[in-house]
Design a protein around this ligand. Structure first.
Ligand SMILES: NC(=O)c1ccc[n+]([C@@H]2O[C@H](COP(=O)([O-])OP(=O)(O)OC[C@H]3O[C@@H](n4cnc5c(N)ncnc54)[C@H](OP(=O)(O)O)[C@@H]3O)[C@@H](O)[C@H]2O)c1
Length: 198
């Protein structure tokens, strides 16, 4: 597949680039600071720009089979949805947080919302935009991310609260789940929760 990766220099995004290329996909990296992409060997292309800029996004999505946004947010969702609709690109996977819909564990969720309220409100807005976009979206709600080595497995569910798995998720495993989702048409129109494996 031809896949555009937004947030390509991020801690999750860089794993999506490497794993996507290793899977044989034609990966185009979209980054505000492309100079951080030191190893471009496996990439089909690099596009420099801010994902809030509609003109850049319009050019970036042309000819892609799918978009993985390894960064969440309503500003990015807005330009991305517009550009994808215009270009007829339908498949999009966007990161979000498990905390957006979660109500349990009550103390942890309350504290998380206390500290990250603005971010979660914006992710909720982005999720809503995707859900009414008409695109083949998958919302990938991660639990707490870390940079530990990958386990090669994740716990996935489709409930508001986690049904199992670990509270910590390696970014490399998150990237694997984002690519798995982009490859799986059955996940279109769904929001999934992703935890670490138990
Ligand atoms: N961190 C967590 O524990 C956690 C938990 C649950 C879910 N999530 C989700 O997972 C995502 C990835 O997390 P992460 O920790 O891997 O992220 P990260 O390391 O902070 O990377 C975010 C990337 O997005 C890029 N970016 C931000 N705004 C952009 C814009 N307007 N245009 C183009 N690029 C832009 C950043 O570029 P610059 O370098 O230029 O800033 C950076 O490369 C989060 O966005 C969130 O949706 C995170």
């Amino acid at each position: 597949m031809k896949i555009l990766v937004i947030g390509a220099t991020g801690r999750t995004g860089k794993h999506v680039l490497a794993q996507g290329a290793a899977r044989g996909h034609e990966i185009t990296a979209f980054a505000r600071r492309p100079e951080l992409l030191t190893d471009r060997g496996g990439l089909a292309g690099v596009i420099a720009g801010d994902a809030h800029d509609l003109a850049t996004m319009r050019a970036a999505v042309q000819g892609q089979d799918a978009v993985i946004s390894a960064v969440g947010g309503s500003g990015i969702a807005r330009t991305l949805i517009t550009a994808m609709r215009e270009a007829g690109v339908r498949r999009v996977v966007m990161t979000s947080s498990r905390s957006v819909p979660a109500t349990r564990p009550r103390l942890a969720v309350t504290l998380a919302w206390l500290f990250f309220r603005a971010a979660y409100v914006d992710l909720a807005r982005a999720e809503g935009m995707l859900q009414v976009s008409g695109l083949d979206y998958t919302i990938a709600r991660a639990t707490m991310l870390n940079d530990k080595p990958p386990a090669g497995r994740v716990h996935i569910d489709f409930a508001d609260n986690a049904t199992g798995g670990a509270a910590q998720l390696a970014r490399a495993d998150y990237a694997m789940a984002l690519l798995d989702a982009a490859e799986d048409p059955a996940l279109a129109g769904r929001a999934m929760g992703i935890c670490g494996p138990k």
